[in-house]
Every structure is written in structure tokens, then in C-alpha cells.
Write a protein that binds this ligand. Structure first.
Ligand SMILES: Cc1cc2nc3c(=O)[nH]c(=O)nc-3n(C[C@H](O)[C@H](O)[C@H](O)COP(=O)(O)O)c2cc1C
Length: 160
């Protein structure tokens, strides 16, 4: 299996998750982990599995992630397994305004769901539920255990 993990990251947390996912996939085949700005849509052909990860920013994927997903041609992911993850903050970890964030997060959600939807719209076969991994603050760190949870999520995908 040839897998590509594409990520965006401002503070390094999503990159850490992407690398944990990549490492966990290694037992199943060849894996590349690349920043979203270093990948063009024409490079996706030839991969069996493409996983995209983004920080949640204003309830959506980052602008670079959105631009990358939008640039994939219609049917560009036909025959390719796909999955999406984001990083996010749990409202209970927000020091002030957690109630407000909870309210809006309930309405507008997180990045991984629209990313998974877009990957499917481009023809990809979704092989895992979109997943969110938690940071404790905007710049991190990740919550304890999230790298292990990411590796588990990836192993589940490799087995799919
Ligand atoms: C401008 C900005 C907007 C954000 N919006 C959200 C949001 O809507 N929901 C959320 O859960 N976290 C939000 N966050 C927290 C980010 O998800 C967090 O910074 C990110 O997971 C860190 O990943 P990175 O280190 O890869 O950039 C926001 C952070 C910033 C700086």
C-alpha cells in the first residue's frame, strides 16, 4: 500500500499527529508525510490511501487545506481510500469564553467533517470516520495520549 499523509500546521501540533499517523501506517506499506503546500493535486494519483489533516480554524479547515482540497479535480480521488482528521480545542479546556465556543462549535463543528465530505466529493472512498485530536491551547500542547490515539486511528485505517 502506498499512503500519503498531507497536513497543515501553524504551531506544529497537527504536524505531530500527521507524523504519528504516518509512523503507524508504515507497517502496512510505503508512507509519505508532506505539508499541504508541498503537494499538488496531480501528485495524488498512484497513492492507494490519502489522509488529510488540518488545524480547526474558525470551525473550518485552514485556508491552505481548503485551497488544496478545492484544487483536486472532480474524480481526482476515484479509486483512492481517503480519511480526514483535525486538531481542535475542547470547550472545557478554553480558559475564558468556553461556553461561547461550545455554543458555536455545536453549530459549526470542526474541520474534519467538511474535509472528509470534500474528499468524498472528489471521488475518494472514505475508510474511517473523521477524527479530531485535542490541543490544550491554541499553540498546544496536545493533550496527553493524543499521539497514541492517532496511531490507533491510523492502524484501524490500515486494517480497513
Ligand atoms: C485563529 C484561530 C482560530 C481557531 N479556531 C478554532 C475553532 O474554531 N475550533 C477549535 O476547536 N479550535 C480552534 N482553534 C485552535 C486550533 O485548532 C489550534 O490552534 C490547532 O489545533 C493547533 O494546531 P497546529 O499547531 O497544527 O497549528 C483556533 C486557533 C486559532 C489561532
Amino acid at each position: 500500500m502506498k499512503a500519503l499523509v498531507v497536513y497543515d500546521s501553524f504551531f506544529g501540533n497537527t504536524e505531530q499527529i500527521a507524523r504519528a499517523v504516518g509512523e503507524a501506517l508504515q507497517s502496512a506499506g510505503d508512507v509519505e508525510v508532506r505539508r499541504v503546500t508541498d503537494v499538488t493535486p496531480d501528485q495524488l494519483a498512484g497513492f492507494d490511501l490519502v489522509i488529510v489533516g488540518s488545524p480547526t480554524r474558525a470551525f473550518r479547515p485552514s485556508p491552505n487545506t481548503k485551497a488544496f482540497l478545492d484544487a483536486i479535480p472532480a474524480e481526482g480521488l476515484r479509486g483512492i481510500k481517503v480519511a480526514a482528521f483535525d486538531t481542535r480545542i475542547a470547550p472545557e479546556d478554553v480558559k475564558s469564553g468556553g461556553g461561547v465556543l461550545k455554543f458555536f462549535a455545536k453549530m459549526f463543528g470542526y474541520a474534519a467533517d467538511p474535509m472528509a465530505k470534500k474528499l468524498q466529493q472528489k471521488g475518494g472512498t472514505l475508510v474511517a470516520q473523521p477524527e479530531g485530536f485535542y490541543v490544550l491551547d491554541s499553540e498546544g500542547p496536545l493533550r496527553d495520549g493524543e499521539l497514541d490515539r492517532a496511531a490507533d486511528w491510523a492502524r484501524h485505517i490500515a486494517a480497513a
